[in-house]
Design a binder for this molecule. Structure first.
Ligand code: DC
Length: 222
């Protein structure tokens, strides 16, 4: 039997930072599902496909084969065998990921892969529909959120730290647009599962959120 922790929430809430830390502390595997949608987004960016052409996305998504390997404990996403981990963290890939994520075929294929990864391994998996759709039987479901202003500020500082240009107002607009798209799509929209525990981390440090999730897991651990 394996333990599954699901972490869902809007863009920029800190899901990946927190999930990665919790995974290290508990000895779990961290599964970043956004990276899988980003890899498919990258495929269509490279094909020069207009983001809203859902018919083309349905027709061609089978050509974007996504798989996962682990190197030194870190998830690597392969797109048709190519390691694209270093190419999917851009705003453009994030926006395109949110568009391809509306597509039913893309969601079905990736959900199957995600379910398989969690079957026989202790995992903490983050995304938008993990607690509601992918791992409805998860031992612990966390809905991690923070205010739009705080999420934009964190993203801004992350970009500046990486030496990239950033416009706080633009980032805030992008976050609002992504929330809107992820929360209002027809299939598996982002929403808090009924049995998820909401953690608003607007005023919490990374260490505080990590400890809180470990504490919640200790309470449900059999
Ligand atoms: O978590 P992220 O920013 O890397 O995710 C990129 C996009 O992928 C996000 O805006 C919506 C989509 N996504 C999704 O629909 N379902 C998931 N489980 C994970 C991500």
């Amino acid at each position: 039997m394996s333990y599954n922790i699901a972490v869902d929430g809007p863009a920029g809430a800190g899901k990946s930072t927190i999930a990665r830390r919790v995974a290290k502390k508990l000895g779990f595997v961290y599964v970043d599902t956004g990276a899988m949608f980003r890899a498919i987004g990258l495929y269509f960016i490279r094909q020069g496909i207009d983001a809203e052409k859902q018919d083309v996305i349905s027709r061609d998504c089978g050509k974007a084969d996504v798989s996962i390997v682990y190197e030194g404990g870190e998830q690597q996403v392969l797109l048709n065998g190519e390691n694209v981990n270093g190419l999917i963290r851009t705003e453009e890939a994030g926006r395109m990921a949110s568009v391809v994520a509306k597509n039913p075929q893309v969601r079905k294929t990736l959900a199957n892969l995600q379910k398989k990864l969690a079957q026989s391994t202790d995992v903490i998996m983050d995304g938008r529909d993990i607690g509601t759709t992918v791992l409805p039987q998860a031992d612990l479901k966390v809905y991690l959120t923070a205010s739009v202003e705080e999420r934009a500020k964190r993203r801004y500082l992350e970009l500046i730290e990486r030496g990239e240009k950033a416009d706080l107002g633009q980032i805030e607009q992008d976050i609002i647009a992504r929330d809107e798209q992820d929360m209002n799509r027809e299939i598996s929209p982002l929403k808090k599962a009924e049995d998820a525990i909401e953690v608003d981390c607007s005023d919490m440090s990374i260490d505080e959120v990590t400890s809180r999730i470990i504490e919640l897991f200790e309470q449900v651990k059999k």
